[in-house]
Structure formats: C-alpha cells, structure tokens
Ligand binder design. Sequence first.
Ligand SMILES: Nc1ncnc2c1ncn2[C@@H]1O[C@H](COP(=O)(O)OP(=O)(O)OP(=O)(O)O)[C@@H](O)[C@H]1O
Ligand SMILES: [Mg+2]
Length: 383
Amino acid sequence: MATDQIRLLLVEDVPQVVQYVRGLLNSQAAIKLLEVMTDGGRVVAQVAELRPDLVIVDALLQGRVKGHHVAQQLKDSGANVPVIVLTIPQQPVEADPDRGIHAVLSMPFSGYDLTKAIRDVTQAFESSAESGRGRAIALYAPKGGVGTTTLAFNLAAAFGAAGRRVILVDGSLQFGDIRALLRVPADAPSILDLPTDRIAESDLNDVVWRDPSGMDILLAPPRIEQAEMVSVRDVDKVISMLRRVYDLVVIDTACHLNDITLALLDTSDPIVEIVTFDSGTIHSTITMADTFRAIGYPASRVRYLLNRADSTGGLDPNDLVRALGRVPEHQVRSDGQVIATANNAGEPFVLSRPEAIASQDVQRIAAQLLEVIRTPVVAGARR
Ligand SMILES: Nc1ncnc2c1ncn2[C@@H]1O[C@H](COP(=O)(O)OP(=O)(O)OP(=O)(O)O)[C@@H](O)[C@H]1O
Ligand SMILES: [Mg+2]
C-alpha cells in the first residue's frame, strides 16, 4: 500500500460498534472511514461506486444478507477488495481468502489491533496476485559487488523475453547503477521527472527510458545529491503506479539499508537476496536475516540467490546452508567472460548470449520466480 490514506468502508449495524470504531480511527489521519453501511445487500454496489481499499464487515450483521455472505459476495463480484471480518470470541470465524475473508478481528480490540490489521491486510493484498496487480521483485544484497545490478538487469530481460510486460527500476538512487551499466546520457529522464503530487500513467511515457534491448527502465537521478530529492512517499507512489501498468517491476537496490531501500523492499514480494561464497557476505546476510525478522518479514518472503555458485572460494557449501538456515532457492554460476563482455557492452547477456551458462541459470530463475508469484498479466492499461 502506498503511504496514501487507506479508504475504508465499514458494514456494521450495531451503533455502539460503529461509534467505537469511529472513535479509534478518529486520531488516524492515515485511515479514512468513507461510509458506514447497515444493509449488507447494498455493499457490492457501493464498493463498485466508492472503490475502497478495504471493507470491514461484522460477521453478526443482521438483515437480508448476513456478514459472511457479504464477504463471499464481494469475492464473487470480482471487486478485488480485501475484507476484515469482525466477530466475537463465542462465534469464531476463520480467515479464508477463498471465501473473501482476508483477516478476522475478534471483539474487543484495541485501536492498535484495528489499525495494525487494516494496514497489514491492505499491504498484503496489494502485493498479492489476488489484487490483480503486477508484482514487484527487489534484488537486494547487504554487501556490495555481489552481482545485484547485473542480475536485476538480466532477470528483467528474461521476464520480458518470457512475454511479461516488465520495468526495471534503478533503486540505487545515489549511484544509479543501471545508469552506469548502460551508460545512459546524463540528460536522460529519471524518477525525478515524475510529478510527485499526482502521478498519472500518461506521465510515464516521458519518463521511462527505453533501452535498446527493448526494456523499459525507470532511471535513478543523474547526480548523487539529487537522490535526496526523492522521498519514501514518492517511491511508494511510483512503485504502486508501476504495478498498475506493468506485470512485473524489477528493482535494483543499493546495499545500505536506508528508508528508500526499506520502502522498496516493503513493496516487494518476493525479495531476492544475493549471496556469494564470501565470509563477509555471509555474515552480512545473517545479520540481515535478523533485521528482516525484527521488521516482520516472514522468512518465505526472502529468496536467496547464490551468485557465482560454483566459486566456493574454499568455503564449505554446507556452512553456507547452515548459515542461511536453508539451501539457497536459486543459483547462478560464474561466467566471468560472458558477463563482463555483456556488461561492458551494456547488453543483457540473457539476450545477447542466451546459450551461455549464466543465461541458462537466469532464465531458469525467471521461470521459477514466475511460478512462485503466479503473476497475472495485467489486463488493459497498456501503452
Ligand atoms: N555470475 C557471475 N559470474 C562472473 N562475474 C559476475 C557474476 N555476477 C556478477 N559478476 C561481476 O561482478 C561485478 C559486480 O556486479 P554488479 O555491479 O552487478 O554487482 P552489485 O552487487 O550491483 O555491485 P554494487 O555494490 O556496486 O552495486 C561485475 O563486474 C560483474 O560482471
Ligand atoms: Mg549495484
């Protein structure tokens, strides 16, 4: 979810509960209660009209259409909106997205419980395939020089070759690694050229860089100090909008974990974290895993990609597996000659040398990731 307000529709016929929820949300500028409805039979039509980001329904709603039917009807209508069901401990309800119930909140709940559930559900829904939106995949490594930029560029090319509409985002805002890799002219448009207040899809045409390989790229600013002009809010908005237009948003991130990198990781599911057989990298990766746990990312959100997988540098592969707590999900073998030549020419090796070892590995990873995210091809909104 972008940092924009979350627009909420409440379906509740008990005035005391309405008053309670209103009271809890009053102090919350980030959540806007659009309307309170008491008639479950009108919810589908009203959702089509108001397009809320989230619906909260009381499971005990009386009337023609009962609470759990509202959730099911919304699901069946293709409204593409997540639903939180309110209930009481005596009447437990199971969360079941297949029945249109994305989360359950049992009364009594605190303001913290309510706002956390609202945020978590809208965020999870936005990054899920169910929302019908494109998916963002960030490539990240806590250590530099491990191949993040090279792999982001080539994975994006492989997704494109697989028929997906893809954009590569240069998320290393200070150094513009993609800019450097492609030796883009300094006056090429960048993320800075997008209006920050209301970004429209039509603005993209002027701002997206079309690489000779056919790839769409949103470049980082041309100068280091300009990175500061991009806020977390801008990043949230831009990625959210790109996910409406593209099937896949592949993001190359910088290794320092600042607010911008965190915002980019927050919007991505999965995060592909690059590791190599290097003791410093492994140490940083373990430290990072602790941080991801602390900020609430489930372990499954991160997929490890072992780059230069056949260059162990004298390390025992089992030690790496023990350190990561699992076998890395993906592997790319060393292919120095092919990769250096392609990088120097600013070409994706998956396209210029599709038969090369590294290309085969990247193509396989692209297919595996598509399988994992089961990304829908975004209908409409094509340029
Ligand atoms: N599988 C590989 N085999 C051989 N060389 C590789 C492989 N992957 C990356 N490289 C080389 O590693 C170097 C670093 O790659 P890259 O710039 O993509 O890394 P990075 O993690 O983005 O670095 P930075 O920290 O500068 O952002 C490049 O010279 C690239 O050619
Ligand atoms: Mg890089």
